[in-house]
Write a protein of this length. Structure first.
Length: 335
């Protein structure tokens, strides 16, 4: 009797395991529609003279079997998710919140719906950004979500929502390491090192950054923005004989600001510069290694204590390195 009981228990366990395994297999074949890129994503948008930029947002159907039907997907703005994201990240520091683009800043030229055709598991939403409507001193996130699908299921919520962090760029914008110091004019021996900064594009040849040790986390940062404008016709070309690097140095660089009260001045006597060095990657022929350097020397007024304004001075070199795929889009996607 004991042996019969053990055998029955083992048999029941095998059947239970098989049943669970079949459930997992069924879940694997449940087709769901999702945004291929989801969550918080950075979109680096190169500044163009036309003012309009076209982006493509991929939509996918998961699963291991072939899609056998047309699937219509509707995409909408999701302001509530941006509101939640801002509060979770910054709490009551509302001056740091990302800004929701207005309806004039973007559009879906083909409408808010797109159809994934039978036989395909993929389609793209065309999205147009109108940069002329952007205040480029603001930080924007465009929040989108899949509202509904005509068939199959929508994926879990986090896979149907996208927060597009929109970063407008030009040829010298980006994240920089800094070898520089900031100090009070009255105390030149007390220099504070600066380790990093960000240059953000305003036009094809102009960026802004925050003065001295002011950072993105400072609520009054907007008042300390200064501009760096490059005369793209004022360059000198050379080649490094040792490395083979092709170097272009822009020698006419203008420092300014929209904040007249900060009294931002160029202290370099016209010797600020921007230098871009390009070297073929020694391993991957499809890549080019680019090093951008920016030398700045300027002064500004620290007005955080209105009764005791302090003149501050910054001097240093900003450096950023990146590897760029030099293939055309057609070359990069061909097999």
């Amino acid at each position: 009797m004991k042996k019969i009981f053990i055998y029955a228990a083992v048999l029941f366990g095998i059947c239970s395991f098989t049943s669970c395994d079949n459930n997992i297999a069924d879940e694997q074949f449940t087709k769901m529609v999702l945004l291929t890129k989801n969550g918080v994503q950075d979109y680096n948008i190169e500044f163009t003279g036309e003012g309009q930029v076209e982006l493509k947002l991929p939509i996918s159907i998961n699963g291991t079997s072939k899609n056998d039907r047309d699937v219509t997907v509707r995409l909408i703005e999701d302001a509530d998710t941006l509101k939640d994201y801002n509060f979770e990240r910054f709490r009551n520091r509302t001056a740091l919140y990302y800004v929701l683009p207005s309806g004039k800043m973007y559009s879906f030229p083909a409408g808010p719906e797109i159809t994934i055709k039978s036989g395909s598991d993929y389609a793209v939403f065309p999205l147009t950004l109108n940069l002329k409507e952007f205040d480029l001193y603001s930080n924007y996130i465009l929040p989108l979500q899949i509202e509904n699908v005509s068939t199959y299921q929508m994926a879990w919520s986090k896979y149907t929502k996208l927060l597009m962090r929109l970063n407008v760029s030009n040829f010298f914008s980006g994240n920089y390491n800094v070898d520089g110091r900031v100090w009070e004019e009255s105390y030149p021996d007390q220099k504070l090192p600066i380790s990093s900064t960000v240059l953000r594009a305003l036009t094809a040849d102009q960026c802004y950054l925050y003065a001295g040790n002011v950072t993105d986390s400072d609520e009054d940062r907007a008042g300390y923005s200064l501009t760096v404008k490059v005369d793209k016709n004022s360059y000198e070309d050379s080649v490094n004989d040792e490395t083979g690097a092709e170097i272009r140095k822009y020698t006419v660089v203008t420092i300014g600001s929209k904040n007249a009260d900060k009294n931002i001045k160029d202290e370099s006597n016209g010797k600020s510069w921007v230098e871009i060095s390009r070297t073929a990657d020694p391993v991957n022929n499809n890549l080019e290694n680019v090093v951008t350097k920016v030398y700045l020397h300027y002064s500004y007024m620290n007005l955080r204590d209105a009764e005791y304004p302090v003149k501050m001075i910054f001097e240093g070199t900003l450096t950023r390195s990146e590897s760029i795929d030099i293939r055309t889009e057609e070359e990069a996607t061909s097999h």
